[in-house]
Ligand binder design. Structure first.
Ligand code: BDR
Ligand code: CA
Length: 317
């Protein structure tokens, strides 16, 4: 089985990615580490338990991590994900935090990577604060990972928070900088433009959430808010998300579950702009190889949407 650690800021697409991995027969999740991001880290932990509950996978350990970025405070994406991160739908059966592990997310990440050195891959689909802290706390951590999958950054200086930066990088630019400059295993990045380019038709979304299962009912409820938000933007021709339905984090997770879903990569040194008054948080792609980096990232370019749709459909069965 593929062994995974998942670091997330459980909003709607993190939940979608998680459910995809939980349903994949070839995957075992060793731990879920929570970070601030789409909502507070408290809400993120609660949302993870809600998803694990729906999927009957409550045995997976969940760890609380950073509540703020390295230098600044915390962004949130409540406009899209809802204030609670999962579409603000009442859930009287929502589990509390009784089962949260006492260990901090960062030490848990390091411990698990040490125990499964060379065997465990990390899927990071939120701001990279926990991951950067693990890199700093244990410099051997990056090389203990088998693969690193990141959802974040951009290739065409297109942003979704600021003009030039994607949410996960904008939420903690220094953390993204640390990770992009110090990774030591094959690293795969699903950028904002990659996700946008592979938006799925709304007809697929409808079919997906209307499968008559408990998981699909849950998905339909938690996505209603973001569906409305995206469609309103698209009707206004703002094209913030789409045209179509975009589940960013699912693209990074799909690559971790089945490497054959990504059919083309570009390979370059990468970094993050920290100083720019307009470009802070933007991903730098060193196409000229001026940085002469030994470790180059695999930036996802093309994918097999048929396979991704299949993984998504199975996630809600
Ligand atoms: C990323 O930001 C978050 O809102 C999503 O969960 C995803 O990880 C997309 O920019
Ligand atoms: Ca996320």
């Amino acid at each position: 089985k593929k062994l995974l650690l998942v670091d997330l800021d459980c909003g709607v697409d993190d939940a979608q990615a998680m459910m995809m991995a939980l349903a994949a027969p070839n995957v075992q999740i060793l731990g879920i580490t929570c970070t601030h991001g789409n909502t507070t880290v408290e809400n993120v932990c609660k949302n993870v338990f809600r998803v694990l509950n729906v999927c009957q996978c409550t045995e997976i350990p969940v760890f609380r991590g950073a509540s703020k970025s390295l230098l600044e405070g915390q962004l949130n994406a409540s406009q899209y994900h809802g204030k609670d991160g999962l579409g603000d739908v009442p859930d009287p059966n929502a589990p509390g935090l009784e089962h949260i592990q006492a260990e901090h997310a960062v030490t848990a990440m390091i411990r698990i990577a040490t125990e499964y050195a060379g065997q465990v891959s990390l899927v990071a689909i939120g701001p990279l604060t926990n991951v950067a802290l693990a890199f700093k706390m244990d410099p051997t951590f990056p090389s203990k990972l088998k693969h690193l999958y990141i959802m974040g950054g951009n290739t065409e200086s297109r942003g979704n928070v600021t003009m030039c930066s994607e949410f996960n990088f904008a939420a903690d630019p220094e953390a993204a900088y640390i990770v992009l400059n110090h990774f030591a295993c094959p690293t795969y990045i699903a950028t904002w433009e990659y996700c946008l380019r592979h938006a799925l038709p709304w007809e697929f979304f409808k079919e997906w959430v209307n499968q008559c299962t408990g998981k699909a009912c849950f998905m339909k409820k938690i996505t209603a808010h973001s569906e409305k938000f995206s469609k309103a933007k698209q009707d206004n021709k703002e094209m913030y998300f789409g045209p179509g339905f975009v589940s960013c984090d699912s693209f990074a997770m799909a690559a971790a579950i089945d490497e054959s879903v990504v059919t083309e990569y570009i390979r370059h040194g990468v970094s993050v702009e920290l100083q720019g008054s307009v470009t802070r948080g933007m991903m730098i792609v060193d196409t000229l190889n001026l940085l002469q980096k030994e470790n180059q990232a695999f930036i996802m370019k093309e994918c097999d949407l048929v396979k991704i749709k299949k993984l998504m459909m199975s996630a809600l069965k």
